[in-house]
Design a protein around this ligand. Structure first.
Ligand code: ADP
Ligand code: MG
Length: 375
């Protein structure tokens, strides 16, 4: 993948609808065989981006290349790109077979070829035997699979999927996420999927592109976006986050000594900071360590195992049972609310903390992320 030319290349792409700005300076390279997800809230420009690549809309400025070729002025049917729409857009009066065959017939393919290709496509989405049904005789999940079969039947270079699972219930959505990912691997076709659901983006994609108000905030593999968010927007959009405010005291090589309230904390950062910079310390709920003051007093080894910078004091507000884990909401004495995720002991699946417990809060050293203070 590295070193080869991108299959889809967006350069400085802008899109305006009158005064409404939908996309701003979008630069994005997508490579052959990649599963890329565009992640962002409603109205951030996800559908617009797909429509530009598909050729349903012209760009206002900038350039789009497919397979090394500038596609300006090229109509959708001349681009080797198909779209699975949010609404599926199946023809209600046509059978499953005819829905999937539609595009091939439009291109004047021979009947035997159509028969073979439709059969292959339906088999790939596990709908063999459903050829004669009409859309209203199918479940939501089956309709979705017909829409996918129709979009892959002529083996496009790129498949665009616009929130393809949003109409399905939770369990089915989880199943379809896996099915789509497996289908993509089998076909080897590049998928560009759009969603507002972070979990969906993370579980399916090779790369996630976080879009905010028409701009790309960050693009990278899911774990990188989660563990090394580039800014507060990304940090907040992808999962739960706790924020502490710190002041840089001094820099010691790769380490930064911070003042957070009464604590001096030594943290690692791959960014450069200078003394008296204000910073945000980002901590995921699973990075935090919470112990009751009673346990610390009873157990010196436990106390010694706590970060050498010390810890924050707080009071447990409530616990939230999640099945495999539970969350502990703590109000720190400095007024900051903190959410920590705790795991059950293997032999004991009861929630350990009680509202009102006095606790010490620290974190697993090295798991914090430092960002320059925003705003
Ligand atoms: P998303 O798919 O992320 O929800 P869209 O790409 O549909 O977002 O829309 C991005 C922005 O562009 C929104 O503010 C939307 O109102 C605006 N927009 C989209 N399509 C049109 C259009 N045809 N005319 C005017 N504004 C539009
Ligand atoms: Mg949309």
């Amino acid at each position: 993948m590295n070193g080869s030319a991108p299959l889809v290349r967006l350069q400085q792409v802008c899109k305006r609808y009158g005064d409404q700005v939908a996309l701003v300076d979008v630069d994005l390279d997508i490579f052959n065989g990649e599963f890329v997800t565009i992640l962002g809230p409603s109205g951030c420009g996800k559908t617009t981006l797909l429509r530009l690549v598909a050729g349903f809309e012209p760009v206002s400025s900038g350039r789009i290349q497919l397979n090394g070729r500038d596609v300006a002025g090229l109509p959708p049917e001349k681009r080797e790109v198909n779209t699975v729409f949010q609404s599926y857009a199946l023809f209600p009066h046509m059978t499953v077979f005819d829905n999937v065959a539609f595009g091939l017939r439009m291109r004047g393919q021979a009947p035997e070829e159509i028969q073979r290709r439709v059969g292959d496509a339906l088999s790939l989405v596990q709908l063999t035997g459903f050829e004669a049904r009409r859309p209203h005789q199918l479940s939501g999940g089956q309709q979705q699979r017909v829409a996918v079969a129709r979009a892959i039947v002529n083996r496009p270079l790129v498949l665009l999927l616009d929130e393809p699972l949003s109409a399905l219930d939770y369990r089915l959505r989880k199943q379809m996420q896996l099915d789509l990912k497996h289908l993509q691997r089998r076909l080897g076709i590049t998928f560009i999927l759009v969603t507002h659901d972070q979990e969906e983006a993370f579980s399916m994609s090779d790369r996630v592109v976080v879009l905010n108000a028409g701009r790309i905030e960050q693009a990278g593999p899911p774990n990188e976006v989660y563990e090394q968010p580039r800014n507060l927007y990304v940090a907040r959009f992808v999962g739960e986050i706790n924020l502490l405010d710190g002041l840089v005291d001094r820099v010691e090589g790769e380490r930064v000594v911070l003042r957070i309230d009464h604590l001096n904390v030594r943290v690692k950062s791959n960014r450069t900071f200078a003394p008296s910079d204000r910073v945000h310390v980002l901590l995921r709920p699973e990075d935090l360590r919470v112990e009751t003051l009673k346990d610390l007093a009873d157990n010196p080894a436990l106390k010694n195992s706590f970060a050498d910078g010390g810890y924050f004091l707080g009071t447990v507000q409530e616990t939230i049972y999640k099945g495999a884990t539970y969350d502990v909401a703590v109000l720190l004495d400095n007024g900051r609310p903190i959410m920590a995720t705790e795991f059950f002991n293997a032999e004991d699946a009861t929630v350990y903390f009680r509202p009102g417990d006095r606790v010490a809060v620290s974190w697993i050293e090295g798991w914090e992320v430092l960002l320059p203070h925003e705003g």
